[in-house]
Design a protein around this ligand. Structure first.
Ligand code: NAP
Ligand code: MG
Length: 412
């Protein structure tokens, strides 16, 4: 059979436990038979990271800079327990954090919408993608308790040694105090990544804060977003019929709930923390129906599943049990990475294949009503079959082959 060609490779980043097992199944059954898959492979199994003193993680991130596209399996972030379990030299840092830092990337999380898993908010029909600025604010702040009768001031010392002094209001009693910061360069990178991502998925971009109250701090974010838009993105947004909207944060939440979805919402660190869990739970109720994509200001791209390595299922799998772990987010990590590759390379068949694979997954859940346990838990009845992972993949494969041959992509 003639396979779908790829021009350039994607960086393939393998991982741990149940997701590593599913990673191999998905490749074997849904990709390798149809695509002449080109990858540059990095094994981030926790033992491999240990053996290389985590250099393999750095190399994987550098490879994404070279090839522009990576697909990543979930990986263990070692804690004390894991150090014992795998006999590791130390608690290596989170690979996702390492890669995000090297690429200066922002994470975008979106629901995978299927018609029989209905959102808790009934107006929502299209994805709401949350982008969280994962730097600064209260996550890197200085805070303290103080006693009655205290006074507070904030001193900022310049490069020339000159100190600027800001006084807090009179402190009437004992209490708590906090000072936070952010960096223009990081905010600019976040804004660029958000505009780049919105352009890639052809959705409007929202940014919201509270600049009416936070007249310097939040106002700086608003100003930088507006500036980046005018200088670098207005033209391409308008050419694609897209809009950039700034809202006050409370107004944005009300609008989001009343909307039918279909936009990217860039959030400051704290709002992103809260709203990403709110939107994912209200939309689909299972992390296995979420995509997670990383985009950098330079356009470096990585896709992965939003969930972890599904450790509990893995231990049952090791005992020989058939587990019903959902491979949907892993399949989408691949399809999104391949679509990005196809867009950069102009390989239309690869793009079509990736779309057909996504549709085959949806059809399996929506039309055949065959699903894994986590989806059956939140889906509308009827459910025709709750199946183990490999049976689910086989059902997807059947739908995929039917549409590939209908579309003339399955050439003998
Ligand atoms: P997890 O792997 O996301 O799993 C938590 C629970 O969510 C599972 O026990 C399972 O619930 C459910 N679940 C998650 N994915 C599922 C899927 N595909 N299909 C069906 N159910 C699914 O989180 P964790 O157990 O807290 O973390 C395990 C390991 O993953 C940790 O070592 C952590 O460091 C790592 N981790 C990695 C990443 C990443 O690489 N991006 C992200 C998060 C965590 P039931 O058991 O109730 O069925
Ligand atoms: Mg959170």
């Amino acid at each position: 059979m003639e396979k779908i060609r790829m021009l350039n490779p994607v960086v393939e980043i393998d991982g741990d436990e149940m997701t590593r097992v599913m990673w191999a199944w998905v490749k074997e059954e849904l990709l390798l038979p149809y695509v002449d898959l080109k990858t540059e492979y990095y094994d981030l199994h926790v033992k491999k990271r240990d053996e290389t003193n985590d250099q393999i993680t750095v190399q994987a991130a550098e490879a994404i800079k070279r090839w522009k596209v990576g697909v990543k399996c979930a990986t263990i972030t070692p804690n004390a327990e894991r150090v014992k379990e795998y006999n590791l030299k130390k608690e290596w840092p989170s690979p996702n954090a390492t890669i995000r830092k090297i690429l200066d990337g922002t994470i975008f999380r979106a629901p995978i919408i299927v018609s029989n898993v209905r959102p808790a908010i009934r107006f929502w029909k299209k994805p709401i993608v949350i982008a969280r600025h994962a730097f600064g604010d209260i996550y890197d702040a200085v805070s303290a308790k103080f006693e009655e009768g205290s006074e507070a001031e904030l001193n900022v010392k310049g490069k020339d040694g000159k100190v600027t002094n800001y006084r807090f209001p009179k402190l009437n009693g004992s209490g708590v105090i906090e000072a936070k910061y952010n960096i223009d360069k990081s905010i600019t990178g976040f804004a660029k990544a958000s505009f780049n991502y919105a352009l890639m998925v052809k959705l409007d971009l929202w940014f919201a804060s509270k600049d009416t109250i936070s007249k310097v701090y939040d106002a700086r974010f608003k100003e930088i977003f507006a500036d980046v838009y005018e200088k670098e993105f207005r033209k391409s947004f308008e050419a694609n019929g897209l809009h950039y909207n700034y809202f006050l944060i409370d107004d944005a939440l009300a609008r989001a709930v009343r909307s039918e979805g279909g936009f990217v919402w860039a959030c400051k660190n704290y709002e992103g923390d809260v709203f990403s869990d709110f939107v994912s739970t209200a939309f689909v109720g299972t992390l296995a129906l979420m995509t997670s994509e990383l985009m950098s200001p330079e356009g470096y791209y990585e896709s992965e599943a939003a969930h972890g390595t599904v450790q509990r299922h893995y231990y049952r799998y090791l005992k020989g049990e058939k587990v019903s772990t959902n491979p949907t987010a892993i399949i989408y990590a691949w399809t999104r990475g391949l679509k990005r590759r196809a867009e950069l390379d102009g390989t239309q068949d690869l793009y079509r294949f990736s779309n057909l694979l996504e549709e085959a997954v949806k059809k399996t859940i929506e039309v055949d009503k065959i699903m894994t346990q986590d989806v059956a838990n939140v889906a509308d009845p009827p459910v025709n079959a709750v199946v183990d992972t490999q049976t689910f993949i086989a059902a997807v494969k059947k739908n995929l082959e039917a549409s590939l041959s209908k579309e003339g992509l399955l050439k003998a």
